[in-house]
Design a protein around this ligand. Structure first.
Ligand code: HEM
Length: 480
């Protein structure tokens, strides 16, 4: 029988039907990727391209990242596919989001939907008990403790006192003394060594660190309660001062092998606690070592390029300095944090500078995010930079304009859709206040004590954000 126009021969239709049934039955994952409409309600796999075989779109992403406009990678695809699109990055299929609401939903999702994803080498460096990779209840508890520690007024007061001593007493004093004329300073290097020292003192300065002892005790307590089967009986726990005597005690314990086993289990558990603490101290040092100095350096760069903002910042800080010295008072952390325009400068630096370009998560099951499907095992790239530099979210996004925050102070305080330099949801950076405080202290002493002329420098965005030449400036002490 001749096929009629518009109808297929029965044998072809039957073969197609059989193929569909086989793929659905035996290759469910392939089926899920073939179709866009899925079981999970109306969720669709976003449109996009998986790029080259094996390499995916990673070369295109890196190529853009090295250019002066890293966001061009997402901009081009947003035009074609929308603000949420599929791609293939760092060896895995991925959904990329530059949509503020979708990004917010991913950040707020818990470990039953998404877990953090970092390249293997970074995972190994951080360790499996690092707060950055922990999930579920344990992450929430470590996060709560870290937040309470970093936001405590005692820590802020200590950091302020230490930083004032370090910035004024050592760094800037050396600039004053280097020959009377202008000194050449690399802001990035100076900020790095200052911030690193301050955080090391705050985190592992056991000599003066009551907070550190407190944090360590808290970690030990909640870990002891975490796993019932290794619960520590505090009655049998050796006190710190008994530790030296442990060898002698062991002989006594040997008479009771059951008890000795229990003691060994406790010691193993203690080592696990120490591991947890030391792993997380390293994590806390990662942002200290890099993000805060970059924030300071970028602020100096943007201010150097915007004399009007520099002048207003200087006036605000000079006014504070005069007010405090008239009263014979020293500056407290609350003084720095109450400098409105200085905070706007920091907020705008965070928006424009995108110190953390984005974060990656991995879907632990098929997840539906505001109508978009993220299949199990896929990554999600929440690309902060794409949102921060989106003209639909921030007017004239490539301009450094601290005044834009005048009527949007609420948006800048912590995380809101459209502004997420510190992430959001359960993993919102606990160091947010500390980062702002340290940047404010540095800027205050720089603008109230010195004038500077900046040399040419360019911002590099990959693999991490930094100034190519370290932001050299020629500083001259102010005479008034
Ligand atoms: C400009 C400075 C900083 C920026 C831009 C920044 C950015 C971020 C971002 C985006 C996250 C979220 C990561 C994720 O969702 O997976 C984060 C998490 C974190 N940050 Fe920061 N950070 C800064 C400074 C600091 C400081 C000063 C500290 C502490 C000394 C700190 C400690 C942490 C910790 C412990 C986490 C992990 C929180 C968790 O997973 O529960 N950060 N930071």
């Amino acid at each position: 029988m001749e096929p009629s126009c518009g109808s297929w021969p029965a044998s072809i239709a039957a073969a197609l039907l059989a193929a569909v049934v086989i793929v659905r039955l035996f290759f469910p994952r392939a089926w899920s990727l073939l179709g866009t409409r899925r079981r999970t309600g109306e969720a669709r796999l976003p449109a996009g391209s998986l790029g080259l075989p094996l390499l995916g779109e990673t070369p295109a992403f890196i190529f853009a990242a090295y250019s002066p406009r890293p966001e061009s990678f997402v901009e081009k695809r947003s035009v074609l596919y929308g603000k949420v699109f599929k791609s293939h990055l760092w060896g895995s299929p991925a959904v990329v989001s530059t949509d503020p609401e979708v990004s917010r939903a991913v950040l707020q999702a818990d470990a039953s939907a998404f877990v953090p994803w970092y390249p293997q080498s970074l995972m190994e460096l951080m360790g499996e008990s690092s707060i950055l990779v922990l999930g579920g209840g344990l992450q929430r508890r470590v996060h709560g403790l870290a937040g309470a520690f970093f936001k405590s007024p005692q820590l802020k007061a200590k950091v302020t006192a230490d930083m004032q001593r370090r910035v004024v007493g050592r760094a800037m004093d050396a600039w004053w003394k280097s020959g009377g004329g202008a000194s050449r300073v690399r802001v990035q290097d100076e900020a790095k060594s200052i911030v690193f020292e301050i955080l090391v003192r705050a985190l592992i300065g056991l000599d003066a660190g009551h907070e550190m002892q407190y944090l360590k005790k808290q970690f030990q307590e909640f870990m002891a309660g975490q796993e019932e089967d290794v619960k520590v009986d505090t009655k049998d726990h050796p006190r710190e001062e008994d530790k030296d005597d442990l060898g002698g005690r062991r002989q006594a314990w040997a008479r009771n092998s059951k008890r000795l086993d229990r003691r060994a289990a406790q010691q193993r558990e203690r080592r696990a606690h120490d591991q947890l603490i030391s792993d997380n101290m390293i994590d806390f040092m990662i942002p200290a070592e890099d993000s805060v100095p970059v924030l300071i350096t970028l602020a100096v760069k943007y201010l150097s390029d915007c004399p009007q903002a520099l002048q207003q910042l200087e006036e605000e800080n000079m006014e504070l300095k005069r007010r405090k010295s008239d009263k014979g008072e020293t500056l407290e952390w609350t003084d720095y944090m109450s400098l409105t325009f200085t905070q706007h400068v920091i907020t705008e630096t965070l928006r424009l500078g995108n110190i953390i370009n984005g974060i990656m998560r991995k879907a632990v099951r098929d997840v539906e995010v505001r109508g978009h499907l993220v299949p199990k095992g896929w990554r999600v790239l929440v690309y902060f930079r794409g949102v921060h530099l989106d003209a639909g979210v921030h007017e004239d996004p490539h301009a450094f304009n601290p005044w834009r925050w005048k009527d949007r102070a609420d948006m800048a305080v912590s995380s809101s859709s459209g502004f997420t330099p510190f992430g959001g949801g359960q993993r919102l950076c606990p160091g947010v206040d500390l980062a702002r405080l340290e940047a404010s202290i540095f800027l205050h002493h720089l603008v109230t004590s010195f004038r500077w002329v900046a040399e040419e420098d360019t911002i590099v965005n990959f693999p991490t954000v930094r100034l190519k030449r370290g932001m050299p400036i020629a500083v001259t002490p102010k005479t008034t």
